[in-house]
Ligand binder design. Structure first.
Ligand code: GMT
Length: 374
């Protein structure tokens, strides 16, 4: 098939899933055309059957705001016509699904371009619920030929919040468990923590919904009982507040802010526990990547997290904001070697058996086939 993919190209789970999906589809013989304003950051080496089309933005004094939605729709039409695309797969409803609707209408009568939209989370749970956006998001999803959501939670949320009468297929996030795998590297571990110290880790975009300050509060309780370090990976609006809290709790020597990192697998692999106490999380790709590396997860009970983390098997789940309970769970696991090993194996097995790339990409292919036949 000839497939167009539009996503946010910068750091973020939806861009990661869209890019890894496109690369995997290309390896399976499909022709994949990425359409976005910049090269997706995971598209960092040559892949046969993959082409990138940049959406150029022109500026004119009259246009006080960039007209990206329209420029994207124009580029989608151009690529669909020239490359004879069968299908356009847009990731994140706003504004991608709206641009795709426009492109489809512009091609009507000339080219039957099918459109499918994958809902990732904040497009539905935060941004899309903005009163002014709600009708547009509802309309754009309903007008797509197909729609997928990354968890059962997100599907239900979309159907009820938007009163949508449309089939939404659940296709979860995935990870390449051949790449994300345990590879205990003592060299890196020794550089990050002293001998015998445990390592707790968190990766995110440091937005408010991630509650990174809770990660620090949990760690503060844990480090009083267990010699440990906390690694915070990523960057974003809440980082300064997190650094301030770290100083206030006198944890400067124990909490390391590593910023954005390319070598995530190495860092995850030498860590012991992943912490994700989010306020809202439609799936939790970062937790899945950690599980694939053999890390048990301590998480909040929101959104799609309980579909990923099995309580008392591959980690522990607690109410949002209950930092004492999350810390208690962390201490329980880190002080019980036998239990830890079982949880670590369960995490890896769950990632391999349910969420490996080889299991999930065919679900998207099947979804495309259904749309093409509709
Ligand atoms: O907020 C983020 O973490 C980024 C966001 C995105 O769209 O890039 O992530 C969302 O999509 C990911 C991929 O499907 C999911 O794994 C994340 O759970 C989801 N984030 C939230 O729901 C907050």
């Amino acid at each position: 098939m000839k497939i167009g993919i539009t996503c946010y190209p910068t750091y973020g789970g939806s861009g990661v899933i869209a890019t890894e999906l496109g690369k995997a589809l290309a390896l399976r013989g499909h022709q994949v055309h990425f359409i976005s304003y910049a090269l997706p950051f995971r598209l960092n080496s040559f892949v046969e059957n993959v082409v990138f089309h940049e959406v150029e933005m022109s500026s004119y004094p009259l246009f006080e705001f960039p007209l990206y939605t329209l420029a994207l729709a124009s580029k989608m039409v151009e690529v669909a016509e020239f490359e004879k695309l069968d299908l356009l797969h847009v990731h994140y409803a706003i504004p991608h699904a709206s641009s795709a609707y426009l492109a489809k209408q512009m091609l009507k009568g000339k080219h039957d371009l099918k459109v499918t939209t994958t809902l990732h989370g904040t497009d539905i749970t935060l941004v899309g619920l903005e009163p002014s956006f709600l009708p547009l998001v509802k309309f754009s999803i309903e007008q797509s030929d197909g729609a997928t959501a990354v968890s059962r939670f997100l599907k239900e949320k979309t159907l009820t919040n938007y009163n949508i009468n449309k089939e939404i297929e659940v296709i979860p996030n995935f990870v390449d468990t051949q790449v994300y795998k345990p590879m205990k590297d003592d060299c890196i571990k020794r550089r990050l923590a002293a001998k015998g110290e445990k390592i707790l880790v968190h990766t995110s975009n440091f937005r408010q919904v991630k509650r990174v300050t809770d990660v620090i509060k949990i760690f503060d309780i844990v480090q009083k009982e267990i010699q440990s370090k906390l690694l915070l990976i990523g960057d974003g609006p809440d980082r300064s507040e997190c650094e301030r809290l770290t100083r206030q709790l006198d944890l400067n020597d124990k909490v390391k802010f590593l910023g954005k990192q390319e070598g995530l697998v190495e860092i995850l692999s030498c860590s012991d526990l992943f912490v994700i106490p989010s306020q809202s999380e439609s799936f939790g790709l970062a937790a899945l990547e950690a599980m694939a590396c053999g890390l048990p997860v301590i998480s909040s009970s929101v959104g799609g997290l309980p579909e990923l983390v099995k309580h008392n098997e591959s980690g522990f789940i607690a109410e949002i904001g209950d930092v004492e309970r999350m810390a208690k769970y962390a201490i329980d696991l880190l002080t019980n070697e036998k239990k830890y090993k079982i949880f670590s194996k369960n995490s890896r097995d769950r990632a391999v058996n349910l969420f490996d790339i080889s299991k999930v990409v065919p679900l998207y292919e099947e979804h495309y086939r259904k749309i093409m036949e509709s």
